[in-house]
Ligand binder design. Structure first.
Ligand SMILES: [Zn+2]
Length: 257
């Protein structure tokens, strides 16, 4: 696929559970200070939507047109099919893009689901390859699901689909299906939903100054969390973007392994 300024990235979810659980009890939401909650959710947004691996993204990534979803004919993939269809449809409705199921050989396919195959180190990683352009438009997503670990297939599926909607990194501190800290979390969380809704908010530009995008995103999150403008300002105005580093020269970067 030869587009002018195509970005490509592969994000990989660790397939080995960490030796100990780092998961702390989640506080009931009514006990959380709204300003702290804004800081946390905005932090998750910056980590998940404005980064690629550990570097700052140069633009956001989101679907602007229909998703054409297809499944390869990999053996065993049918066991994941219903869950994938359901989650993709649910998230597409949240971000207001249509989804059409098409055959794997349909030239329109832009969201392909495959079974992961064993790599040279003997692992069958769960990962996604994401292509987007410099206007922040997602072009193609390819999910590789690890069907050899059924216990973690739900997490693998939900985690990778969320990457496939433009969250290209891991907000580890957040209670999110994309977090490695909460590495047994299998389902999308409230935080995931808010950061996804924010990413697709029509008031948020996909490209331009990332500092400015961050401030707008923070305001949108404050609005969703019903944090007052005054209280939000102290969080949103002091946000600093991470230092830029060059990453795009290295396609197929794998993270999380
Ligand atoms: Zn991941």
């Amino acid at each position: 696929m030869m587009l002018g300024a195509l970005r490509r990235f592969a994000v990989v979810v660790a397939i080995v559970a960490s030796p100990l659980s780092l998961v702390e009890p989640v506080q009931a939401s009514e006990t959380i200070d709204p300003q702290k909650q804004l800081e946390d959710v905005f932090g998750a947004f910056k980590d998940a939507a404005m980064r690629i691996q550990t570097s700052q993204a140069k633009e956001l990534a989101r679907w602007t047109g229909p998703i054409y979803l297809a499944f390869s004919d990999s053996a065993g993939l049918e066991r994941a099919r219903a869950d994938v269809e359901s989650t993709v449809s649910t998230l597409a409705a949240v971000v207001r893009v249509p989804v059409e199921r098409v055959a794997a050989n349909d030239p329109r396919v832009n969201f392909l689901v495959r079974a992961s195959t064993r790599n040279s180190s003997g692992a069958t990683p769960c990962f996604t390859i994401i292509d987007w352009d410099d206007t922040g438009r997602l072009v193609r997503v390819e999910l590789h699901l690890n069907l050899s670990n059924l216990e973690r297939l739900t997490r693998c599926t939900n985690h990778e689909i969320l990457h496939g909607f433009g969250l290209r990194s891991h907000p580890d501190k957040a209670f999110s299906v994309l977090s490695y800290r909460y590495n047994t979390q299998a389902h999308l969380t409230d935080t995931d939903r808010i950061i996804l809704e924010t990413l697709y908010d029509a008031r948020l530009p996909a490209a331009g100054s990332m500092d400015s995008i961050g401030r707008i995103a923070c305001g949108l999150i404050a609005d969703r969390l019903q944090v007052s403008i005054d209280r939000a300002a102290s969080v949103c105005e002091r946000q600093h973007a991470p230092v830029r580093t060059s990453l795009f020269g290295r396609p197929h970067e794998n993270i999380g392994q």
